[in-house]
Design a protein around this ligand. Structure first.
Ligand SMILES: Nc1ncnc2c1ncn2[C@@H]1O[C@H](COP(=O)(O)OP(=O)(O)OP(=O)(O)O)[C@@H](O)[C@H]1O
Ligand SMILES: [Mg+2]
Length: 357
């Protein structure tokens, strides 16, 4: 399957602001792409335009040399001709049909012979751990099993491109974890291209081989999850990806910190408007006399594996994330050291300032 290309794609609903604004992006073949961004940033609209369920105002969408849409040449390939798998958040199974009937539904529509259909069902049941459940009805399944049936139904009509719009959002935490692993395994086994829409940064970080961060109908950054995390291209990405979120300070708000930051970054503080500090880049020590920075411990939230420590620094609050027990209790002062690679600087337009080192 070739790459999916969107060129200057714009979509406006009514006379309101643009849902998708002059989007130019390539989704590489074989990747597990997570389209990540806050509510209303245009993720679903983008996915629906790729699927052919929404008509762009202008631009071009193509897969290899196959044109899905082009405003210039007036081409529009009908959704059923695009040969892709689609799964939306509300994936409703047919309640009066068995698991097997649900899964082969799309093959019935294609008039596939019974023997081939049974073969395809067996294949999918194995892939999605649904063996022995073919005769059950949806109401006799757990939420996770139902979701796997919906996935199997989508995969039955095989395609090399899967479009998924927040398919896990109505599952509880443990099922979500299970399904995330399932989808990753599936992607690995099938080698297909997946475009997965989510507003959950953890979901994107854990599943994607490539993350595309959207904001206001535009793309902020595209890259491998760890690159997006370690080298956020903008203040928006820096704040959106990571939990607890990055601590943000205006330059000059904390003069001491600005000096420290500039020094650790090896660049001049000129031109920087904001500093961001990842919570895990803050090291706490009981010794506050020799530390350059000190803060008061305000709150301590143990998560089991880690501690989220709320600190008061001047008149600002910040959060540290540590895998070691905080050295002091609430109300006491601690010394702070910063790990340089967790400190980021942004200019007044919100664009990341390049590091020298
Ligand atoms: N059918 C529609 N009519 C009018 N406006 C729409 C329509 N669909 C989407 N919009 C608007 O377009 C913008 C982008 O919507 P979209 O559904 O693509 O966002 P999203 O990123 O998927 O958000 P969410 O995470 O909440 O699902 C929003 O401002 C939304 O209100
Ligand atoms: Mg949406």
């Amino acid at each position: 399957m070739p790459d999916i290309r969107l060129t200057s794609v714009t979509k406006t609903y009514g006379d309101k602001s643009r849902a998708v604004d002059d989007l130019t992006v390539t989704f590489a073949s074989g990747e597990f792409i997570c389209l990540l961004g806050p509510s209303g940033c245009g993720k679903t609209t983008t996915l629906r335009m790729i699927a052919g369920l929404e008509m762009p105002d202008s631009g071009e969408i193509s897969v290899g040399d196959k044109i899905f849409f082009s405003s210039q040449s007036g081409q529009f390939l009908r959704p059923e001709k695009r040969e892709l798998g689609l799964m939306f958040q509300s994936y409703a199974l047919w309640p009066h049909m068995s698991v097997e009937q649900n899964i082969v539904f799309g093959l019935d529509m294609k008039h596939m012979p019974a023997a081939k259909k049974a073969e395809r069902f067996a294949e999918l049941a194995k892939l999605l751990h649904l063996e022995g459940l073919g005769g059950r009805f949806p109401r006799e399944l757990s939420g996770g099993q139902q979701q796997r049936v919906a996935l199997a139904r989508m995969l039955a009509v095989s395609s090399n491109l899967l479009l998924l719009d927040e398919p896990l959002s109505n599952l509880d935490a443990s099922l979500r974890l299970e399904m995330r692993a399932e989808l990753k395994r599936l992607h690995h086994a099938l080698g297909c291209t997946v475009i997965f829409v989510t507003h959950d940064q953890l979901e994107a970080m854990t599943m994607a081989t490539s993350i595309t961060v959207m904001n206001n109908g535009r793309i902020e950054q595209q890259g491998a999850p760890m690159d997006v995390y370690r080298r956020p291209a903008s203040r928006f990405v820096a704040k959106f990806v990571g939990s607890p979120p990055m601590n943000m300070f205006k330059a000059g708000e904390l003069p001491l910190l600005s000096g420290e930051v500039a020094r650790t970054l090896g660049i001049s503080a000129a031109g920087m408007e904001t500093f961001g500090i990842r919570p895990e880049a803050i090291r706490l020590s009981a010794d506050c006399d020799s530390a350059v920075l000190r803060a008061r411990v305000d709150t301590i939230q143990p998560t089991g594996a880690d501690w989220i420590v709320g600190l008061v620094f001047g008149n600002r609050q910040l959060f540290a994330l540590t895998s070691e027990m905080p050295p002091r209790d609430i109300g006491a002062h601690v010394g702070i050291a910063l790990k340089a690679d967790g400190v980021h600087a942004f200019d007044k337009t919100g664009v990341a300032v390049e590091r020298v080192s």
